[in-house]
Design a protein around this ligand. Sequence first.
Ligand SMILES: [Zn+2]
Length: 258
Amino acid sequence: MFCDSHAHLDADSFDADRDEVIARARAAGLTRIISVGAGIAAGRAAIKLAEAYPDLIQPTVGVDPHSAKDMDEPMRAELRKLAAHPLIVAVGETGLDYFHDLSPRDVQQREYRWQVELSIEEKLPLIVHCRDAWDDNFAILNDYARDGLRGVAHCFTGGPDEAERFMELGFLISFSGIVTFKNAKAVQAAAEAVPLEGMLIETDSPYLAPIPKRGKRNEPAYLTYVAEKIAEIKGVAVEEVGRVTGQNAAGLFVRGAA
Ligand SMILES: [Zn+2]
C-alpha cells in the first residue's frame, strides 16, 4: 500500500544485495517504487529493473543539476529516446541545486528548461530537485504553467511558502527522511500545511536515511519511518498516509494524464 516516490535502485551500493533490498521493501508493505534514473546509464538500468519487477518498479530518466554541465547533443538525443520508452513514468530528476553548485547556474537552468519541455512533449510528469534556488526554480516553472506541466517537488527541503508555490503550479510535494530529522522544522511545518491529497513520500535511497537509520545506507523498506512521521504530523493512521499518497502516486506517474 506504500509507494516510494523516489529511490535510486540502480545505485552501486545495492549491487551486492539488490534482490534482498527489494524483498524487504515488499515485506514492509511497498507496492510501488519509482526508480529514478539520474543520467543515461542509470535510466537504462532503471528500465531493466522495471522489466525484472514489473509489478513493483517503475523507471524514470533525467539528468540532475549536478551533471547538467555534461549535457551535449548526443546525450540529449539519448535522453529523448529513453523518455519515449513505454515503461518510463517521469522525466527527472532535474532542477537546480545552488547549494552544491556542481554545474554553472546558467547551465543548470538551460538543461532544466530543456527537460521541462521534454516532459511536456512526452506527456510525462517532471521530478524536480530544488535546493537553495527557489526564485529561479519558480521563474522557470511558471513559464510553462499553462503548457500541461505537472510533477512533483522531490525530497522537499523548503517550508510552507515554497510548498504553496509548488501547489499553485499543481505539483505534489514529496517528503523524504528529512521530515524525521529533529532540526527540520521548516520541512515539518510544510508537512503540516500540505494536505495528504497533495503529498507523496519517498526515501531517496540509498541517500538520506531517516531516523532511526540516519547515517546508514537507506533503502525503500525504511519508507515506513517517513510514513509514520507524516502520520504523527497529520494526526492520522499510517495506513491512511500509505493509501492516500499511494493513490496520488498512481495518478501522477502515468503518461498522458492531465
Ligand atoms: Zn534523487
